[in-house]
Design a protein around this ligand. Structure first.
Ligand code: SAH
Length: 530
């Protein structure tokens, strides 16, 4: 049988206790499993794990095991070495047992059985012989096996720098199961934080808190409360916005978006996923939504070995929910829409761009018509293009319900831009809001070509004095690179371009200093000079 720690799970009581649940004489002779870890972090390994009769274990082996924990080379020696045993007594009593030995399961004393039964108290008593050990060697064990992960020095540096992700390569030892909240230890065995553990993702740990403060659902609840309070303080001119932005709110891998009276939740790691019921309860208490939907269908969940699914977690959620943003109404499909229904991260960029919009507008990658509608109110004519038929159907519906004229076309922007140029069409305002062309580092070269192509085409289609709103939501194409690409496009298009505004994702999607991954959306508002 592989040892408990090798299997990285806490042994189930049944595995060890066997017959104990039966009300018979055998119950007094339950098996006890005891795991003793070496204290030196370099030698963190199982010194011994026994399946033994409780009496035997306590009288003979426990002390030896504890002694062995001090020096794992001495297992054999310790067993027969009286002096060492006696020395081990002191360690067992004062420190060793409490610190290093983990009682996987123990023998409840008769009195404790009652407590266990009536009060469901977990009693783990290792009944050492009281008399022969000064009355001090009588232990109630409260040290359940706390899942823990030892990280490398490099991992510790990242953690101290405030980065919440520790990669698998920086995990030296993991004694935890998928989705556990774990204690994180440095190579010296000191506790440096608590984190969500994933046994699948390259991001093995998502740090919840540094230092020895415990991480539990009440911490997560407080963070959700703080995140929601911050959104209230922003005085957002919309009924749809992001309430919790994962790492940016110190709630790694948790997304909560508000759409009027409804909430959309995403749990993107094993740990957050396991906490879903508590998160739903916290959101219900704090915000009293009419319904909560879990949009757990992003592909990112497959990296965690999690299913892609959509569930109603609380209340009822209608087919479409009407929200408003800067006076424009949108019907949003919370179950099937892209992202969680709308691209909330662009709200403030839509509002900003509206200040400069005018004349003939071309909204490329329009989705439900966010930019087309926000800017179209000020434009003479609006064309919106998206490859998705569903998206274009919604643009038409949203345009009609807001009384804004939009010529919404299903098409591939790369082809359409060329086609418009061939037809000699020109525009005064163009928006480029493509999906992430670079989903990983390896894709940056191709992405670069794609971004350059659309920016070059757009700059050619733009009348002098016209405005180009150009965006990238690829984290791997950072602001400097996007500026460089657009500059190269401008040179090729023989256009002189000035930067009117340099923008990013909305304030409800906070960027965490020191965590570059939280800064993913870049938006330049540019002007093509005559
Ligand atoms: N501007 C939108 C969000 C755009 S998201 C807003 O403010 O709400 C990117 C959109 O690009 C998606 O709707 C997707 O369907 C569309 N898309 C992806 N590739 C495309 C392509 N090659 N041509 C046209 N649309 C594309």
């Amino acid at each position: 049988m592989p040892s408990a720690l090798e299997r990285r799970v806490e042994p189930q009581r049944e595995n060890l206790v066997g017959e104990s649940e039966c009300d018979d004489a055998a119950a007094h002779r339950e098996d006890v499993g005891i795991v003793v870890q070496a204290r030196q972090p370099r030698r963190v390994e199982i010194v011994a794990e026994r399946r033994a009769d409780a009496d035997d274990l306590v009288r003979r082996d426990l002390l030896a095991l504890a002694a062995a924990a001090e020096d794992d080379a001495a297992v054999g020696l310790a067993l027969g070495d009286r002096t060492r045993d006696r020395k081990a007594d002191r360690r067992v009593v004062d420190r060793r047992f409490a610190v290093g030995a983990v009682v996987v399961d123990g023998v409840p004393e008769a009195r404790d059985r009652l407590l266990e039964m009536f009060f469901q108290r977990e009693t783990r008593v290792v009944g050492a012989d009281r008399d022969s050990h000064d009355g001090r060697l009588y232990y109630k064990d409260h040290y359940r096996m706390i899942p823990s992960v030892v990280i490398s020095a490099r991992g510790e540096d990242r953690l101290r720098g405030g980065h919440p992700w520790i990669y698998r390569a920086d995990v030296a030892d993991a004694r935890a199961a998928a989705g556990d909240i774990v204690v994180v230890k440095n190579p010296r065995g000191q506790i440096v934080g608590s984190a969500l553990y994933s046994d699948r993702s390259q991001i093995a740990l998502r740090v919840l808190v540094e230092g020895e403060q415990p991480a539990d659902i009440s911490l997560i609840r407080r963070r959700i409360e703080a995140a929601a309070a911050f959104r209230t303080s922003l005085d957002i001119d919309a009924t749809a916005y992001r309430l919790v932005h994962g790492e940016g709110d110190r709630l790694p891998s948790l997304i909560v978006d508000r759409y009027g009276d409804y909430l959309v939740v995403q749990t993107l790691s094993q740990g957050m996923d396991r906490l879903m019921p508590e998160i739903v309860a916290a959101l219900t208490d704090l915000l009293h939504p009419r319904g909560i939907v879990a949009r757990n269908d992003p592909r990112a969940r497959t990296f965690e070995g999690l299913e892609q699914r959509v569930d109603i977690m609380a209340g009822e959620v209608p087919e479409t929910v009407r929200v408003t943003e800067a006076g424009i109404g949108y019907d949003v499909d919370l179950r099937h829409g892209q992202k969680t229904g709308l691209f909330l991260d662009q709200r403030e960029n839509r509002m900003a761009a509206a200040l400069y919009a005018g004349g003939r507008l071309l909204d490329c990658f329009s989705y439900n018509g966010g930019f087309a509608l926000a800017l179209g109110r000020k434009c003479r004519e609006t064309i919106a293009i998206d490859v998705s038929e569903d998206a274009i159907a919604r643009v038409r519906q949203n345009a009609a319900s807001n009384g804004i004229a939009v010529d919404a076309r299903v098409g591939n922007v790369f082809d359409e831009l060329r086609g418009l140029d061939r037809l000699g069409e020109r525009f005064d305002t163009i928006v480029l809001d493509p999906p992430a062309f670079a989903k990983n580092k390896a894709a940056v070269a191709n992405a670069r070509a794609g971004y350059k192509e659309i920016n070059l085409r757009a700059l050619k289609l733009l009348n002098p004095g016209g405005v180009l709103v150009t965006c990238s939501c690829s984290y791997h194409v950072n602001e400097a690179l996007l500026a460089e690409i657009v500059y190269e496009a401008a040179v090729d298009a023989r256009a002189h371009v000035t930067v009117v505004e340099k923008r990013m994702q909305g304030r409800d999607h906070p960027v965490m200093l020191g965590v570059p991954e939280t800064y993913y959306l870049k938006c330049f508002i540019l002007r093509k000079l005559a």
